[in-house]
Design a binder for this molecule. Structure first.
Ligand code: TA6
Length: 332
């Protein structure tokens, strides 16, 4: 994947690359019947309305099932055959334009977190709008690929004065693979923070740990953004909201009750956000089901903090994550 490094590091030159014009329609098609006619694949891919004018792409193949909302380009569900769901989705989630669904994998872009201007939405604006479904395909390995797309328009210019193209490629098999490609089609440099804000389904947060971040420094957003070094596994017994920097390699959500691990292999992301709202914060979110904090955990593939993305005019960047299940051997 071609792209650029954050400021101050070796910059890979990148000629301007735009998605083919055919993929940059002016109007987003949210007609589920029409989308189903264009993109359904036998018994594997279908498009239907989960609520009024709220299309969902449902994938059922030999390896797994998944669902993706056109709204926000948001993966909502992923479940390998014979396994418990991998992604958590609040039973009280709200499905309407302008509101990101609580759960699955919201796409936070072109900024992560709260914006300094309180008039601007937290976690950017692309998770609050309909995307365009641009392709569906069967893969040789029996998996399925779904590609979604969004680009600037006058609504986005009111929030962020740059032109851009954004593509999410989702591959659904025994592994769930996401790759987010962004192109700076404006004439100026832009700086972007972003995250694939993944909500994972766990049997009990009290018996869940995260491995792979030992000795990595994190910013604790609940302790005045103090910098602290992680020692060993991450455990959960209260609200936790941390930004791990200079992460490497593979992270694992270890679900002891299910004796399974959710393995996260990141591509070109050197920061990870780990979050559980616990009791009080989740109680303040109307779309967060009661006691939901016991059954979920966010481990987010990010480009935040020092890991931000800087794109010159015409440059592009792609990052992503592969999610798969492993057996967790009981600790003796
Ligand atoms: O990723 C952690 C976080 O930034 C938390 O601070 C919390 O705000 C969470 O994202 C969810 O944000 P949202 O705007 O989706 O409620």
């Amino acid at each position: 994947m071609l792209g650029v490094q954050a400021l101050g590091r070796q910059r890979e030159c990148q000629t301007e690359r735009r998605f083919p014009k055919a993929l940059t329609p002016s109007m987003v098609n949210t007609d589920a019947t029409d989308l189903d006619r264009q993109f359904a694949i036998d018994s594997t891919v279908r498009v239907f309305d989960a609520a009024a004018s709220y299309p969902i792409i449902e994938v059922t193949n030999a390896h797994s099932t998944a669902s993706i909302a056109l709204h926000g380009g948001q993966v909502l569900a992923f479940q390998p055959r014979g396994q418990d769901p991998v992604l958590w989705l609040s039973k009280d989630a709200i499905y309407r334009e302008g509101k990101s669904v609580r759960g699955g994998i919201p796409v936070c872009w072109p900024w992560f977190g709260v914006h300094p201007d309180p008039a601007l939405p937290a976690h950017g604006f692309v998770r609050n709008r309909f995307w365009q479904l641009t392709s569906t395909a069967q893969l040789d390995d029996g998996g399925t690929e779904v590609v979604l797309f969004t680009e600037d328009d006058e609504q986005s210019h009111a929030l962020w004065p740059y032109s851009f193209q954004l593509q999410l490629r989702v591959r659904i098999g025994t592994t769930l693979s996401l790759a987010l490609t962004m192109i700076n089609t404006s004439t100026e440099r832009v700086q972007i923070t972003t995250a694939l804000h993944s909500y994972f389904d766990v049997a009990d947060i009290g018996k869940t740990t995260v491995a792979g971040l030992d000795s990595v420094e994190y910013i604790d957003t609940l302790q005045n953004h103090r910098r602290i070094r992680q020692h060993g596994l991450i455990r959960f017994d209260a609200e936790l909201d941390r930004i791990y920097q200079q992460t490497q390699g593979i992270e694992r959500v270890q679900d002891a009750l299910r004796q399974r691990t959710i393995r996260l292999q990141k591509q070109r992301s050197e920061s990870t956000v780990v979050w559980n709202p616990w009791i009080d914060k989740s109680a303040r979110m109307t779309d967060f089901e009661k006691e939901g904090h016991r059954r979920m955990l966010c481990v987010e593939t990010a480009k935040v903090g020092a890991d931000l993305i800087s794109l010159e005019a015409g440059e592009s960047y792609t990052f992503g994550v592969d999610m798969s299940l492993e057996t967790l051997c009981p600790t003796v």
